[in-house]
Design a protein around this ligand. Sequence first.
Ligand code: AMP
Length: 401
Amino acid sequence: MNILVANLGSTSFKFRLFRFDSAGEAVLVAKGGYERVTDYGQAIDDCLAELKSRGHVRAAADVHAVGFKTVLGKNLTGCLRADTDERVIVALEEFREIAPAHNPPYALGIRRFREKLPGVPLVALFETAFYQWMPEAATRYAVPAAWHEAGVRRYGFHGASHKFVAERSAELLGRAEVAERVRTLYRAGPASLAVGAGLAVKPLRVISCHLGGSSSVTGIRDGVAIGTSMGLSPQSGLPQNNRVGDLDSAAVPFVMKTLGLSLAEVERQMTKESGLLGLSGVGNDLRDIRAAAEQGNGRAQLALAVFVHSVRHWLGAFLLELGGCDALVFTAGIGENNPDVRAAICADLADLGLLLDADKNSALRGTEGEISAVGSPARIFVIPANEELVVARETVRCLAA
Ligand code: AMP
């Protein structure tokens, strides 16, 4: 079975083709993409022509389904058919203001796929899907009821990545029943969690740090998210590459009044000139910031310190909410490749059960492995992110259901 995963940006179209064998194992057979895209219909044609010329498919009919990592929709989440369920596009469009860089491209792209590949199943995996069972107290903002009814609440993002961590960490810890629960979560719901052998006896507590161009920390109990650092939009939580992260809401009217900025300009600066870029003044890539920090640039050093402080803030929150943790996991570009950032996050946590092995940590970059010291009560892992594979797997599960 061939599953195409389409990653749509406002001017980009990236794709991966996965092939599933009869045992459900997936192989990545092709990946590619186009920049400066003005017409998704053309990009879909180009993608199919490229897959044909490279010998991966003979005809469009050899693409058995297309999966999309949609961000969020109004009153809708989970893993859903986007070709037959009209609610998907409606929900994306109703929340275009919350994710302006993502929702309009996905709504348009899904429409174009429907036209270009009629009859081919299209599946949307919402980034918010992993958070649909968070306790209500973890999702509510203290806003007037009308704001809440309009959709102002904590949703959480990077759901595909954190779900992958939930499944893989359970495997690494020998908790096959939790890994299986995570695999079936979007089909069976959390009710399946109550019946697993041993689950009630010893809950599995994992804290997942997705640290990359966009970052979030999520607390996971028995494979289900109980809280996360991102809120209404992916602008929130930790300082992002050039997006602001959490900010006191009073800052917006304050800078509008005192600096004479328009709302549009404040929005632009919060999404394009803030985060690690705004803090460091050097750039939005952690490699550049680290290089500047090593050369003594004070703003770059501060940007790193703020980032680490923010991760530890959320780590502390979930250590408390979960009553400890069995595993701390680092994933995504920064989490996988920056031992110094991991070491700073884990500094002086031995009394809380987290003891890093300095040598294992410095040696591990970009691959899966354990970096906790022998005897550390909680284990510490690096698990490379594979969000497209999660989309492909959930697409297959959605079709099988
Ligand atoms: P992502 O959004 O997951 O692709 O992560 C992007 C971030 O990861 C950037 O800030 C990069 O600096 C960082 N990153 C990616 N690859 C490396 C690497 N090989 N070494 C250090 N940092 C990296």
